[in-house]
Design a binder for this molecule. Structure first.
Ligand code: PGA
Length: 255
């Protein structure tokens, strides 16, 4: 009953020309993929460029980050508001990616603020959670994910309606860009934990919320990951920069 979603996070890669070529190739191949929603998250400066292509083919557009402030405009040099992202055609925005949490010191509170700011502009935030390698080795994966998720519930003060307009992405940091994928069983274990934790707040919504897996998903491992009951698709980094790989991953999500 949860529709699968496969989202490509292009990160800080490519030129305008490459963005146009990649989205063109992806759009050419989407014909066979009917039952999975596909989203593309290019760098901010290429959003408008990519928007026209994806809209025509029924794909969704997403951004990789958003300003956390409640104001949707103002004197905040360098920031991009959720309203602006909606204005250029975004449906999604990634928030709390581990590269933002790590390199730009985004706290759990900041991530929760971004989620709320996104929803206020009717965007669907894809909120990333996940443990670092040392945290997994210390056996505290569940505590870390719990802390990250509880911050979202704290920010929304017991009103769980936000769960209707959110996607959670479990991305073990040690699996991102490293070629080391979590095994389907490792991923499923944490996905089930996430759903159970959410069910503690709202059982009905927990059954409906999409939980994506991210971290070195490739065409060769996607089908096994997507066969797990609590994995509803993927957030794809490196492999989303190749049209054939990205399309094969989306195709694997159909089964
Ligand atoms: P990766 O990145 O697929 O290159 O590991 C995933 C992500 O950062 O979302």
């Amino acid at each position: 009953m949860r529709q699968r979603l496969v989202a490509g996070n292009w990160k800080m890669y490519g030129s305008r020309e490459q963005a146009r070529a990649l989205v063109t190739q992806i759009c050419e191949g989407v014909g066979q993929i009917a039952r999975v929603e596909m989203a593309i998250c290019p760098p901010f400066v290429y959003l408008s460029e990519v928007a026209g292509f994806v809209k025509a083919r029924g794909l969704s557009l997403g951004a990789q980050d958003v300003c956390e402030r409640a104001e949707q405009e103002g004197a905040f040099t360098g920031e991009i508001s959720a309203l602006m992202l909606a204005d250029v055609g975004c449906r999604y925005v990634i928030v709390g990616h581990s590269e933002r949490r790590g390199f730009y010191a985004e706290s759990d509170v900041c991530v929760a603020d971004k989620m709320v700011a996104a929803q206020a502009a009717k965007l669907i935030p894809i909120v990333c959670v996940g443990e670092r390698l040392e945290e997994r080795e210390q056996g505290i994966t569940e505590q870390v994910v719990m802390r990250q998720l509880n911050a979202l519930f704290a920010r929304t003060q017991g009103n769980t309606a936000w769960l209707d307009h959110v996607v959670i992405a479990y991305e073990p940091v040690w699996a991102i860009g490293t070629g080391k994928t979590a095994t389907p069983e490792q991923a499923q274990h944490v996905h089930a934990f996430i759903r159970k934790l959410i069910a503690g707040y709202d059982r009905d919504r927990a059954a409906k919320v999409k939980v994506l897996y991210g971290g070195s998903v490739k065409a060769s491992n996607a089908a096994d990951l997507f066969s797990m009951p609590d994995i509803d698709g993927g957030l794809i980094g490196g492999a989303s920069l190749r049209a054939d790989e990205f399309l094969a991953i989306a195709n694997a999500a159909q089964r």
